[in-house]
Design a protein around this ligand. Structure first.
Ligand code: ADP
Ligand code: ZN
Ligand code: ZN
Length: 732
């Protein structure tokens, strides 16, 4: 008997071994972990398959060292999903397994809940305190409580340590106030009693719930489209309840930034039993625990980010992907899978329904709904009445601008602030300004390692490259001509903040971007402040656009829409439309509707006009027509071979060879390139790519199957790093 094993290596193959000595072959099952010798090392591999024969000379076969699991660690459906993904994305099998599993399991730790230590858990009173403003003046306690709210099963003291600086004292205070409690580890699994009864659904919601629930037990994909506040989450909850009532489990995927304490509190309040939650803020132990609880069925509902698509379930019932258009579902490095697409594959393999929810579905999903491959379910109205915020285009051509803000926008801001309302300004560029410029000779602060400019960060007094992270102190004189008249050119959030503080010195302001929220818990503290009403001007990047709701915001200003309208990528306008509506959706409530103002130099841009006057579905239709005319996805299928090297010629030589190998196989395919990447040099390496495009998906995959085999069989140039991206979301 031969063991076919995926070993965590960059090689594009599985490896054959003999069973360990003294091992009863009858116990072997695919999905078990196996300790194997690999070169001079030992590694933890995954048993993919038991085979009768091997292409290896039996004399060279080595026995595995040990079987690490008493039974298959991976249920058959997860194993099948991993194998499907490996073949579809043509990625080295070992890395696919590595991506799909919790760290501790791939390190060979036993698949049992690690030694139980007492856990801290938020109490019902604590949830209340978090929601009202009891903690307005105690941001540290708030931060800790808020963190606990994200760990509904409780968290170990050890993992709470980095949340605030004196975690032990903070936890004691919270316990004394009755807002947090310590529980034995096992108790974490007992259901929290709930008394919350569901609201009466409106007609569209009721129809959505009934339609999806009727499909439990068979494969079907639903596209649940509805603006923020239209009641999508309520639909998820009731569909999950229906699945639970049949004794099945539910898996919910959300973007990292969408996995907020509010969302979890709502799930926990409504759904019986423990939740298994998985996100990047958890410790390895907590992730393993959530994984095991899902597999054993102790958690009936699993909520997690991208990689949770591989979560094992004991009785899968329904898969839900919230904000399905969000680009963070696609992993952009290593194993480049798309969690939404894999969820659909998994739903088909399991014969269960998949629900994709969004206010602004990806054009791919809109197209699938048009073709009736997905069933469209629309929630056309905001719950509780309330209208969508009207969106106005503000033509800023020839307008005097003050630090990026036009006079009409400034006046509107003032009017809303005068009425004691909140204003949100969105600018998707952090830092003070995107480049430092010499007024005398035109010198620009360029990165030494990238074809990019270094962003000026005045607060930190650094020039920082947002592409490679390199940074240095801000020049005081021009390195080229010695002149001291150096100026920040263009707008970033830091500069906008400075300008607004000057303009409205009496108004509290919060800036929210990756710089202002670097410290753990600082995002939560900012949010608490905003909700308490202490800050009425909010400035931020797309971090402001997702997950949070700011009911007192009545004016949203999009400071610069132009970047997105004419971006290098054919998806730029789709992204821009999604961002605009997402930012717009943050604002207003029934009694206080919001207004959205978009500053642009292109007020007649057709897609922007359509979006503003006729809404997202009309926008999607027009954008799809453009894609069709240009034969771009979803009307074509793409794969991108990227290569980079310190030496530009080596990267290109690799791609030329790859192209030569491709040409004889490329039936029904267009090969474009090699071409330099839009940012040719990044972090000191030259980057280029070769784009493959086909009208038929099958043609592309038949080709990739044969071509990748040839690519891997070639002698590899160790100076060149390359990777294949199937269905790339970004072409750089
Ligand atoms: P979405 O997920 O589309 O943003 P939610 O499901 O979060 O919408 O609903 C918005 C708000 O309306 C929530 O506070 C929710 O509890 C409430 N809600 C949802 N459906 C109903 C309903 N049928 N009746 C009353 N309130 C509802
Ligand atoms: Zn100069
Ligand atoms: Zn750089």
């Amino acid at each position: 008997m031969i063991l076919r094993i995926a070993v965590p290596s960059r090689l594009y193959q599985t490896f054959d071994y003999l069973p360990p000595l003294n091992c009863d072959p009858a116990i072997l099952q695919p999905g078990m972990r196996v300790q194997v010798p690999f070169g001079r090392q030992q590694m933890v591999g995954f048993l993919v398959e038991l085979a009768a024969d091997t292409a290896i000379d039996p004399a060279n076969l080595r026995p595995a060292l040990a079987i690490l699991d008493a039974e298959a660690l991976l249920p058959p459906d997860v194993l099948a999903l991993i194998q499907w993904a490996q073949r579809y994305y043509h990625h080295p099998p070992g890395e696919v397994f590595t991506t799909a599993l919790p760290v501790l399991l791939r390190q060979g730790e036993p698949a049992t809940v690690p030694t139980p230590t007492p856990l801290w858990r938020i109490t019902a009173a604590g949830l209340v305190a978090l929601a009202d403003d009891s903690l307005r003046r105690a941001p540290v306690q708030w931060r800790m409580l808020d963190y606990l709210a994200r760990c509904p099963e409780g968290a170990e003291a050890e993992t709470l340590r980095p949340v605030v600086s004196h975690s032990a004292a903070t936890l004691r205070t919270l316990r004394d106030k009755g807002w947090a409690e310590q529980i034995a580890a096992l108790e974490g699994a007992t259901p929290v009693p709930t008394s919350h009864s569901p609201p009466v659904l409106n007609v569209a919601q009721a129809e959505a719930v009934a339609t999806i629930s009727a499909a439990l037990g068979r494969f079907q994909v639903f596209l649940l489209e509805g603006v923020t506040g239209s009641g999508k989450t309520e639909v998820y909850l009731q569909v999950i309840e229906a699945a639970l009532a049949q004794g099945r489990q539910a898996l919910v995927l959300t973007p990292e930034i969408g996995l907020t304490p509010q969302l979890l509190a709502r799930f926990r309040e409504r759904l019986p039993g423990p939740l298994a939650v998985s996100h990047s803020g958890l410790s390895d132990e907590e992730r393993l625990k959530a994984w095991l609880m899902a597999r054993e069925g102790r958690a009936r509902v699993v909520v997690g980010t991208r990689s949770a698509v591989f979560a094992p379930l004991q009785a899968p019932g329904v898969l839900i992907i919230d904000e399905e258009h969000d680009p963070s579902f696609k992993q952009q490095e290593g194993f480049r899978y798309h969690a939404r697409d894999l969820a659909i594959v998994r739903g088909r393999q399991l014969g269960i329904p998949v629900v994709l929810g969004s206010a602004t579905p990806a054009l791919e999903s809109c197209y699938n709904a048009q073709r009736e491959r997905y069933q469209l379910l629309s929630l056309p109205d905001r719950v509780g009445g309330g209208t969508e915020s009207p969106i106005h285009i503000l033509d800023v051509r020839r307008q005097p601008m003050r630090e990026g803000l036009s006079q009409p926008l400034l006046e509107r801001i003032r009017a809303h602030l005068d009425r004691d309302e909140q204003v949100l300004l969105f600018l998707n560029r952090r830092g003070f300004s995107p480049v430092l410029l010499c007024h005398e000779c035109g010198w620009l602060s360029l990165c030494r390692h990238c074809d990019a400019r270094m962003t000026l960060h005045l607060r930190r007094q650094r020039l920082i490259c947002h592409h490679c992270g390199d940074h240095r102190s801000v020049d005081t004189a021009c390195p080229q001509c010695g002149c001291v008249d150096l100026r920040g050119f263009g707008q970033g959030t830091e500069r906008l903040e400075t300008a607004l503080r000057q303009e409205f010195p009496e108004v509290g302001l919060t800036r929210m971007d990756r710089d202002s929220t670097r410290r753990r818990g600082s995002l939560e503290a900012l949010l608490a402040d905003i909700h308490a009403g202490g800050r009425r001007l909010l400035v931020g990047t797309q971090m402001l656009a997702k997950g949070h709701h700011f009911p007192d915001v009545t004016l949203v200003g999009i400071v610069d829409a132009d970047q997105g309208l004419y971006g290098i990528d054919f998806r730029s306008s789709e992204r821009m439309a999604q961002l605009i509506l997402q930012v717009a959706g943050r604002a207003g409530r029934a009694e206080k509707p919001g207004t959205v103002i978009i500053q642009t130099h292109h007020p007649d841009h057709p897609l922007l006009r359509t979006l503003v006057s006729r809404g997202y579905p009309a926008f999607a239709e027009e954008a799809l027509a453009e894609r069709q005319a240009a034969l771009l996805p979803p009307f074509a299928h793409q794969a991108l071979l990227r290569a980079d090297a310190v030496d530009a010629e080596r990267a290109t030589a690799f791609l030329l060879k790859a192209r030569a190998l491709a040409e004889p196989l490329a039936d029904g395919l267009e090969l474009l390139g090699p071409a330099p990447a839009p940012m040719e040099r990044r972090a000191g390496r030259y980057r280029a790519h070769l784009l493959m495009q086909a009208a038929q998906r099958q043609d592309l995959h038949r080709f990739l199957q044969r071509w990748t085999a040839l690519l891997w069989a070639e002698r590899q140039d160790r100076q060149v790093r390359w990777s294949l991206d199937v269905d790339p979301l970004e072409l750089y």
